[in-house]
Design a protein around this ligand. Sequence first.
Ligand code: SAM
Ligand code: SF4
Length: 331
Amino acid sequence: MIEPLIDTFGRVHNNLRISVTDRCNIRCFYCMPAGDVQFMNRRELLTFEEIERFVRIVVPMGVNKIRLTGGEPLVRKDLHLLVEKIAAIPGVKDIGVTTNGILFAEQAQALWDAGLRRVNISLDALDPVRFQEITRREGYEKVIEAIHAAKRVGFDPVKVNAVSIRGMTEDQIVPFGHFARETGAEIRFIEFMPLDADNAWEREKVLFASEIIERLSAEIMPLVPIGDHDPHAPASEFQFADGVGRIGFIASVSQPFCMQCNRFRITADGKVRNCLFSLEETDIKSMLRGGVPDEEIAAAVRASITAKKEGHEINTARFIQPDRPMYSIGG
Ligand code: SAM
Ligand code: SF4
């Protein structure tokens, strides 16, 4: 193995998120704009072969966890073929996908057969009307079906990502608690982050993890922390006191976990970003398409990691929202 990807704060980066498209089949208000969306030209997207080459370059530097995301990764044609290519790379231990679930049930078996083992399905409300308000599209039943299909096919754990927004999703907290207990899916409440295309994020709209813990503990039963989980995982994990139902919290705003961060990203158009909130990126696509040798690409990735800042600064007056929204970066 070549020297690992360590930044100036000693954080080792073994976790790569790959965005495969910025396109999406729904329009969550906290991510996409309300009006017309200008998507990347398809020629700008890295091909599966380019992505595979990039993964082969970074794996010897210690990258062993890969997650496919977007936009909606399942709208990228034949995604299972990319999973197959990545799964065949020696050193890759774990491949996951984050999806809105609309197309998951129909692709679940092919993805599993290709080597995918982890799935996070995004669902912010357990109610079709509320779902449509948030996503500006229909599809609630398909997402519920996706969660059941994931269990049936064998994905374990199946995680459900629910963005929590003050003034909007408070009444979904307890239903999600019961849903976790009934289905065995782990619900992960994610604090609303300033990465929305409409620039409508305000601190007042962030529904804090601590309030959700309080509500679930009072209305269902106490939540107790689970001690033995990966210290680099962004979610702090809990279970109900009787051991039935797991709940995680990604408290990026109220309890930033930047000092434990082990991840970096490559966007669908081939830009490496060392943080969701970074204002700079490294153009790997031009290198991949410009005949640049692997060693130089590896050096560019290393330089990006070295330049990683201490944290995201959302809670300071210095914070600047990146000009790329979530769907364009790859969440
Ligand atoms: N389309 C897929 C999906 O929705 O799961 C993958 C991409 S999406 C950008 C990845 C995750 O980011 C989703 O769970 C989504 O809910 C979350 N997300 C998007 N915008 C967000 C925001 N402004 N704050 C917090 N989470 C956000
Ligand atoms: Fe699409 Fe995911 Fe963004 Fe929702 S969060 S608009 S599903 S990319």
